[in-house]
Design a binder for this molecule. Structure first.
Ligand SMILES: *Cc1c(COP(=O)(O)O)cnc(C)c1O
Length: 426
């Protein structure tokens, strides 16, 4: 397909409804699908034929969204899930097992740090946290039981940009996949597969839907990983007892991970996205590039203004020439460094609390990537479960406030920040 991004964000995965000709993807608010006959049913259940059985596994509205996101990321397939966190478990599920580990960045969304440092232990999995800019530390952390490296392209909350090419090389030489959480960047700003990533996960709750109406996630597969090159990934390369000894990689080739995600992951973990949510996300993605352009344009203007404000100690936006990550923008996210960054206030924790309480246009919420400008004091909220060391490593120290720049008029955003900073330091 030779279409450009702006065309694909509207058309990929969507075709006139075969029954009615409806131009927009209908919401198939449906659970089960009638089999043509018993033979058809058996073929579907044996994965010999692709089709709709039951909406825990597949649904036409969700399928359209899967195709759209996979296309925008340049992948071969995608599995939608009920949240970004569900997508992270779904991405790791075929790779991991008791005693196995994943090497993850210290600079992750706070909820992901908790998921990886605490909750996955219940499955017998573990995570080794490393500074993702320290390539030697990544190499040192990889051992025989490591099954993936996980990082964010543009990190929440700090907006730090990971050197995906260099990290992918390390993953490659270890024979393991690099999984990139591309939530803050979106495929419009960053395409991790072009930098060697194997899998991409998203919280679609954020920019993809874009307006705070949905909780959803997705795992996208590049189709580029050879799951049979070693015996590290038996879920994908070895016979699957629940499908009469079928081998996913041998049978489905580059679509092995996607088929496994649907046929085993959604079937047995049940973290399914509902069709209504898929519909809202399809709507949102139609304007993704336009919104991201404005998010970036506003963020550049606001970050520049904040940087020279006397009450501000630091602004982490990678789009600023002063950022140590500025060099990576052109290579990793050439259309801009996103709309998310943090500011450190000279007045410390108390000034942050007064600042957040004084904002009027900004909403104080645990979300990002909305059309609206949003703010949160991470240390007292999203990153509250972390130790002070983890908070600082994650870019969420007590004097730090996370800002998600919306697509309102930049002058209005700046005026609101200005009055709140004055009150915070008054
Ligand atoms: C919000 C977020 C998640 C979790 O997504 P949910 O949809 O809230 O489960 C994961 N990663 C990043 C970068 C996020 O911002």
């Amino acid at each position: 397909m030779a279409y450009g991004f702006d065309t694909l964000q509207i058309h990929a995965g969507a075709r006139p409804d075969p029954a009615t000709g409806a131009r927009q993807v209908p919401i198939y608010q449906t659970t089960a699908y009638v089999f043509r006959d018993a033979e058809h049913a058996a073929a579907l259940f044996n994965l010999q034929e692709v089709g709709y059985i039951y909406s825990r596994l597949t649904n036409p509205t969700v399928a359209a969204l899967q195709e759209r996101v996979a296309t925008l990321e340049g992948g071969v397939g995608a599995v939608c899930c009920s949240s970004g966190h569900a997508a992270q478990i779904m991405a790791l599920f075929p790779l991991m097992g008791p005693g196995l580990n994943v090497v993850v960045s210290t600079r992750l969304y706070g909820g992901s740090i908790t998921q990886f440092s605490q909750t996955i232990k219940r499955f017998g999995w573990s995570a080794t946290f490393v500074d993702i800019d320290d390539l030697d530390a990544i190499s040192a952390a990889i051992d025989d039981n490591t099954r993936a490296i996980f990082c964010e392209s543009i990190a929440n909350p700090g907006g730090h940009i990971a050197d995906l090419d260099a990290i992918a090389k390390l993953a490659d030489s270890a024979g393991i996949p690099l999984i990139v959480d591309n939530t803050s960047a979106t495929p419009y700003l960053c395409r991790p597969f072009e930098h060697g990533a194997t899998l991409v996960v998203h919280s679609m709750t954020k920019y993809l839907t874009g307006n705070g109406t949905v909780t959803g996630g997705v795992v996208v597969d590049s189709g580029n990983f050879d799951w049979s090159a070693s015996d590290k990934f038996p879920s994908l390369s070895a016979p699957e007892p629940a499908y009469h000894g079928l081998k996913f990689h041998e049978t489905f080739g580059p679509l092995a991970f996607t088929f496994h995600g649907i046929a085993i992951g959604l079937r047995d973990l049940g973290m399914t996205l509902n069709p209504q949510a898929a519909h809202y996300t399809l709507m949102g993605i139609e304007t993704l590039s336009l919104r991201m352009e404005r998010h970036v344009q506003n963020a550049e203007q606001v970050a520049g203004w904040l940087e020279s404000h006397p009450t501000i100690e630091a602004v982490t936006y990678a789009g600023l020439a002063s950022s140590p990550y500025h060099d990576r923008v052109a290579r990793i996210c050439p259309k801009g460094a996103g709309g998310l960054f943090t500011i450190a206030l000279k007045g410390g924790y108390d000034a942050c609390i007064r600042f957040v309480d004084s904002l009027e246009l900004f909403s104080h919420v645990a979300n990002l990537g909305d059309t609206r400008s949003l703010v949160i004091h991470a240390a007292s909220t999203t990153h509250r479960q972390l130790t002070p060391e983890q908070q600082t490593a994650a870019g969420a120290a007590p004097n730090v406030v996370r800002i998600s720049i919306g697509i309102e008029d930049a002058e209005d955003i700046i005026a609101d920040l200005d009055q709140a900073l004055t009150k915070a330091h008054g």
